[in-house]
Design a protein around this ligand. Structure first.
Ligand code: PHE
Length: 359
């Protein structure tokens, strides 16, 4: 048996072993119970004392060098594995701390104001109804008592969709009033609903955007009247603006779907381009309202001799601007993160009448 050749072979295999498992296989093949070196050690027992004195140190020396090589290799492999892990799991401690979503996130003022409005009207016994943004001409205009070709249809600066196969053009609803019709056709009076949602008109300046938000109100029962309407609007404004009294101005107006009709302005100041609520000599129009027109009731299968009611449509964006002192409507819809960080609300500041609308 050529001990030098065996040693070279084993040390070579140790050097080749690429990981712990391969190294262990080499160790078992050499130093395990049936390993090549172990078998050599067993031959010592059968030797004569002279022979053992000569071969013993050689075989033992071989065993020591091979196990030494294995131990050294094991250490090298462990070191390399640690090195690789450290590289892969590196943590950059200089990175800034990332805040949790509930700390970092912001609720858009429109969403917040819709929640405020809903809380106030829910307290007065109103429920919430909804309708689609893409509406039929029938519901947006005809059922609301707009005669065909009536100039009021043009006054709405309507966005029309391409005609369908029957030549009918749908519209982007110009107000939330079509949901009055949907509600009256679907539910029996007495009705008390508010309808918040997106509305669209071809218009754009500091206080107009092509998409804006309205909240419609509708009350239908046997006796709902103008006094009730005024009370509801005044109570709403006091609760919403969180003041003891509000200066409101009811101006006679015209809407095809209400009779009589009024527009309501709220006192404000516009000094230095900033809209401020509760002071000044300017007025900001915030809503249209009136008693539901008998034709509209009839269009919904209701008998104007049995039921009556009032409706209003309020600009949500306008009252949000007023309450929170936001001078320009356009950035509402520009998704500028600096704006939302300044004007947005914390996600857990949920408005409620008991907890306070604005914490
Ligand atoms: N829909 C009207 C508008 O958008 C507002 C309104 C609603 C007026 C309900 C009267 C009654 O201008």
């Amino acid at each position: 048996m050529d001990l030098d050749a065996l040693e070279r072979d084993l040390v070579g295999q140790v050097g080749q072993a690429g990981d712990e498992a391969a190294l262990e296989a080499v160790r078992v093949a050499a130093l395990g119970k049936k390993g090549s070196v172990s078998e050599l050690l067993k031959t010592l027992g059968a030797m004569s004392p002279e022979e053992r004195r000569e071969r013993g140190p050689l075989i033992n020396g071989l065993r020591d060098r091979v196990s030494g090589a294995i131990a050294a290799k094991r250490e090298a492999l462990a070191e390399a594995a640690l090195e690789a892990r450290l590289k892969a799991e590196r943590v950059d401690v200089t990175l800034p701390l990332r805040e949790a979503p509930q700390v970092r996130g912001r609720i858009h003022p429109i969403s917040q104001v819709i929640d405020e409005i809903t809380a106030i009207f829910a307290d007065m016994g109103f429920s919430v109804a909804e309708g689609p943004d893409v509406e039929t001409d029938e519901l947006n205009f005809t059922a609301l008592n707009f005669p065909e070709g009536h100039p009021a249809r043009e006054m709405h600066d309507t966005f029309f969709l391409a005609p369908d196969h029957l030549g009918k053009r749908k519209v982007l609803r110009t107000h939330t009033s079509p949901v009055q019709i949907r509600t009256m056709r679907a539910q029996e009076p007495p009705l008390r609903v508010i309808i918040p949602g997106r509305t669209y008109r071809h218009d754009s300046d500091q206080t107009h955007t092509p998409m804006f938000h309205q909240v419609e109100g509708l009350v239908i029962d046997r006796s709902a009247n103008i006094a009730n309407l005024k009370w509801v609007l005044e109570e709403f404004c006091k609760a919403f603006f969180e003041v003891e009294g509000v200066t409101m101005r009811f101006r006679p107006s015209f809407f095809p779907f209400t009779e009589p009709s009024a527009e309501v302005d709220i006192q404000c100041s516009r000094k230095g381009g900033e809209i401020r609520f509760g002071e000044g000599t300017d007025w900001l129009e915030i809503l249209g309202c009136g008693m539901v027109h008998p034709n509209v009731l009839r269009n919904c299968g209701l008998d104007p001799d049995q039921v009556q009611g009032f409706a209003f449509g309020m600009g949500i964006d306008r009252i949000a601007m007023l309450k929170y002192g936001m001078p320009d409507l356009r950035p509402f819809f520009e998704a500028d993160v600096r704006w939302i960080e300044h004007y947005g609300f914390r996600p857990l500041d949920v408005p409620s009448l008991v907890g306070g609308l604005t914490a």
